[in-house]
Ligand binder design. Structure first.
Ligand SMILES: [Zn+2]
Length: 369
C-alpha cells in the first residue's frame, strides 16, 4: 500500500518532524524527504502508546540494544492504522501500564500456582474462568500474536492466508471498527481482517484478533448483519472468552508457558488455536457477547435486528461443514428473542454504514494480499 504522512519524534531531541511511513514485509518503514530520518521498525517491536488523544494511533518501538531513545510516531490515516494493526501486535506501552502490569503479573503468577492446586478440586473449565481476569492484557496480546500465525496457516495452505485489502473497503471497515472500539473500552487493541474465504464465519482470538470471512459479508443482506456479528465478536474480546478457551484447552502446558513467557510455536498454542476454531463457547458466553454487540450497535450505529435476523436467515441455508458461524453459534429462538428484548424501546441512532460504505465493504475482496 502507498506511503502516508505521519509525525515523528526521535526521542532524543524534541523536534517534531513530518515523515512518510509505509508497510513492508520486514516492518514499518519511516523516512523523511531530507533523508534525516530513515528507519525500519520490525512489526513485533512496535508498541502502542497509551492515552494518545489525537486522531489515529501513536506508537513507539522497543529500544534496540544499547539505545535509550524512545521514538514516537503518530499516524492519523485510518486505513494505514488498520493495516498496521493487522500486522503488529501493538501491545500497550507507557510507564503507567508497565507498573500496573508488573504488579498484576505477580498476582497472576500466584493465582496460576494456586490454580494448579485447585485443578483437582474444580476442574479446568472453572479454573479458566477464574484465571482469565487476572491475566495481564500484555500477556493476552502476546498470546494472540502467537496464535495468529497458526490461524493464518490453518486457512492459507502453503501460500498463506489471503486478506481482503481493497482500499475503500478497508476504510469503511476501519471506520466501523473504530467507532465500536472507542465505545467498547477494551483492554487490547482490535485487529480486524477480512479473510478471502467463502465460509460464512467469523471468530475472535485472544488479544483482539478478529477474522471476518468473505462469505459472511457476501451472505449478509444488510450492513446491520455484518455489524451485528462484528459487535458480537468484540463482545468475546471484551469478556476474554478466547483467553478462557485457550487456558482451558491448553491446560497445564499453556499455564506454565504463560508464566514463563514462552509460547511461540508450542504445541499448546496449536491446540488452543484449533480448539477455538472448532468448538463453541458456552451459552452464557454467547449471551454475554450478544448483549455486548446489541449495546455497541445501539450506541455506535446499527440495528440489532441485524444480529437477531442473522440467526433466522442464514441458519437454514448455511454452508455445510464444521466451520460455519452458525455451527459454533447455534441459532436459537431463545437467543433471537433475547436480542430483541435487549433492543426493545431503544431507538436506532444511525445506520451501521452509509450506503457507500456498505458497497465499499461488499467489494473489499476485489483486492487481496
Ligand atoms: Zn460467539
Amino acid at each position: 500500500m502507498p506511503s502516508v504522512a505521519a509525525t515523528y519524534y526521535d526521542g532524543i531531541v524534541s523536534r517534531r518532524q513530518t515523515v512518510e511511513v509505509s508497510l513492508h514485509p520486514q516492518g514499518l518503514a519511516i523516512f523523511s524527504q531530507d533523508g534525516l530520518v530513515a528507519a525500519t521498525w520490525p512489526y513485533a517491536d512496535i508498541r502502542r502508546i497509551e492515552g494518545f488523544r489525537g486522531s489515529g494511533l501513536a506508537v513507539t518501538r522497543v529500544p534496540e540494544p544499547g539505545s535509550t531513545a524512545e521514538p514516537r510516531l503518530e499516524i492519523a490515516d485510518p486505513v494505514f492504522v488498520a493495516e498496521l494493526s493487522a500486522r503488529a501486535p501493538l501491545t500497550l506501552t507507557g510507564k503507567a501500564a508497565g507498573r500496573r502490569e508488573t504488579r498484576s503479573v505477580v498476582i497472576w503468577a500466584m493465582a496460576a500456582v494456586v490454580s494448579l492446586l485447585g485443578l483437582a478440586y474444580w476442574g479446568l473449565p472453572a479454573i479458566a474462568g477464574r484465571i482469565a481476569p487476572l491475566v495481564p492484557a500484555s500477556v493476552e496480546a502476546r498470546l494472540g500474536a502467537a496464535m495468529d500465525p497458526q490461524i493464518r496457516a490453518e486457512f492459507g495452505g502453503p501460500s498463506g492466508m489471503k486478506t481482503c485489502t481493497a482500499p475503500a473497503g478497508l476504510a469503511a471497515l476501519a471506520e466501523l471498527v473504530g467507532r465500536y472500539e472507542k465505545l467498547a473500552n477494551l483492554h487490547v487493541s482490535l485487529k480486524v481482517v477480512v479473510v478471502d474465504n467463502p465460509m460464512v464465519n467469523a471468530f475472535a482470538l485472544p488479544g483482539g484478533y478478529i477474522y471476518l470471512m468473505r462469505g459472511l459479508i457476501q451472505r449478509a443482506r444488510s450492513p446491520d448483519e455484518v455489524a451485528g456479528v462484528l459487535g458480537h465478536e468484540i463482545g468475546h474480546v471484551k469478556f476474554r472468552h478466547g483467553l478462557q478457551s485457550a487456558i482451558q484447552s491448553g491446560g497445564l502446558g499453556f499455564l506454565l508457558g504463560t508464566i514463563f513467557g514462552d509460547f511461540a510455536g508450542g504445541t499448546a498454542i496449536l491446540l488452543a488455536s484449533r480448539t477455538l476454531l472448532s468448538s463453541a463457547f458456552s451459552r452464557d458466553a454467547e449471551r454475554e457477547a450478544d448483549a455486548f454487540g446489541v449495546d455497541l450497535m445501539l450506541k455506535g450505529g446499527g440495528n440489532p435486528e441485524g444480529l437477531a435476523g442473522f440467526f433466522g436467515s442464514a441458519g437454514g441455508g448455511g454452508a455445510p461443514g464444521a466451520l460455519n458461524w452458525l455451527t459454533s453459534h447455534p441459532a436459537s429462538a431463545e437467543r433471537e428473542a433475547a436480542i430483541r428484548r435487549l433492543a426493545q424501546n431503544r431507538p436506532v441512532l444511525s445506520p451501521a454504514l452509509t450506503p457507500d460504505q456498505w458497497q465499499a465493504l461488499r467489494g473489499i475482496c476485489q483486492t487481496t494480499s
